[in-house]
Write a protein that binds this ligand. Structure first.
Ligand code: PMV
Length: 347
């Protein structure tokens, strides 16, 4: 099809890993499989305007973030375009204007790479679809996830909901290291609308980026054991998802969060991304759980913020506890209420 110009727009959510991806091989191939909850409220909304240009010798694009021209975002997007060029040969035939915004507060310490990269990858797929209208919906999603992975590994888990697996696992059919797939097996109603209250402990930029962290897994003394542990934790989650065993769920999820940070603390060079208030919150969650017997647990990504996870049916009591006891440990009292979501949408 000859397409002169057009405009496409997507919203894509963030996701939080239950089993963590930490360590990779070349081409953004994960060292171990991971599984995540797709979120609902933390999203990036991206519009791409495109127009055919005369020459096709280089990439041409401008980036605007929340209304402002952002030249400092260009290197990351150039790298992304280079990585995906061979899969999307039309990229050099158009000039692009990329307009992006997040629904969560700017510089909240919430990584926007998963939602941002997946939203951009989806826009690129919508352009490909205009050029080739016969693309199937299934191919569209798979390739969108494949391209997202090349932008930021965890971004490939943001296309679909509600539980997404990325990385090959023998017990999960269809799983692939090239793209994320919706968790194919039974999920118990205990996980319906599962809640994630994100406590913003430290809104500053991370001292160590996740790409540096992934690299430090090369030659890490515990790497092999860690990759095996992730596979085993994922295998053990399969019956947990089916039966709704929240005790086991919480044990696996917290083990994963602490193992991720243990890898950081035991790499060379070593580093710590948790803050005193991260530990304060974890201890308060454990104490409250012991006393109340309510199913509340935490997970962490590569930062100081704490994701507090709990079933919708216990929302009232657990949210009361969060407000009364945990929010005081957040920077400026800030937190975000989120829950399981169904994935990206074209708008
Ligand atoms: O997608 P990246 O390269 O930013 O790595 C993400 C790593 C963690 O968030 C710590 C874990 C995960 O699986 O999302």
């Amino acid at each position: 099809e000859a397409v002169e110009k057009g405009s496409v727009k997507w919203q894509s959510p963030s996701n939080i890993a239950l089993v963590k991806y930490w360590g990779k091989k070349p081409e953004q191939i994960p060292a171990n499989p991971s599984v995540s909850f797709t979120l609902s409220n933390c999203k990036t909304i991206t519009r791409v305007d495109f127009i055919k240009k005369k020459t096709r010798d280089k990439f041409e694009f401008e980036v605007f973030f929340e209304g402002e021209k952002k030249d400092d975002f260009k290197p990351k997007i150039s790298t992304f375009f280079k990585r995906i060029e061979s899969y999307c040969p039309f990229l050099k035939e158009y000039s692009f204007k990329i307009y992006s915004e997040n629904t969560f507060p700017h510089s909240s310490g919430i990584a926007s790479s998963a939602s941002g990269m997946s939203a951009l990858a989806l826009c690129i797929m919508s352009i490909e679809k205009q050029l080739n209208p016969s693309l199937s919906a299934e191919f569209f999603k798979k390739k969108a996830s494949f391209l997202s992975r090349l932008g930021s590994g965890s971004a490939c888990r943001s296309i679909e909901g509600e539980l997404v697996v990325w990385g090959e696992h023998e017990e999960i059919k269809g799983s692939s290291e090239l793209f994320g797939v919706s968790y194919p097996d039974e999920v118990h109603e205990n996980f319906r609308n599962y809640q994630d209250t994100i406590l913003l402990v430290d809104k500053g930029k991370k001292e160590v980026s996740s790409s540096v962290g992934h690299d430090l897994m090369h030659g890490h003394p515990f790497a092999e054991a860690r990759f095996k542990q992730a596979g085993a934790n994922l295998a053990n989650l399969i019956p947990v998802f089916a039966e709704g065993n929240l005790e086991k769920f919480m044990e696996i999820v917290e083990n994963e969060a602490l193992s991720l940070h243990a890898m950081m603390m035991s790499s060379r060079p070593y580093f710590i991304l948790m803050k005193p208030n991260t530990l304060e919150i974890i201890n308060k969650i454990w104490k409250f759980r012991r006393q109340s017997q309510l199913p509340v647990c935490f997970t962490l990504d590569a930062g100081a913020n704490v994701h507090v996870l709990y079933p919708e049916k216990n929302k009232t009591e657990i949210f009361e506890f969060i407000k009364n006891e945990l929010v005081a440990s957040c920077e400026n009292g800030q937190y975000i209420c989120d829950q399981l979501g169904s994935g990206a949408k074209e708008i």
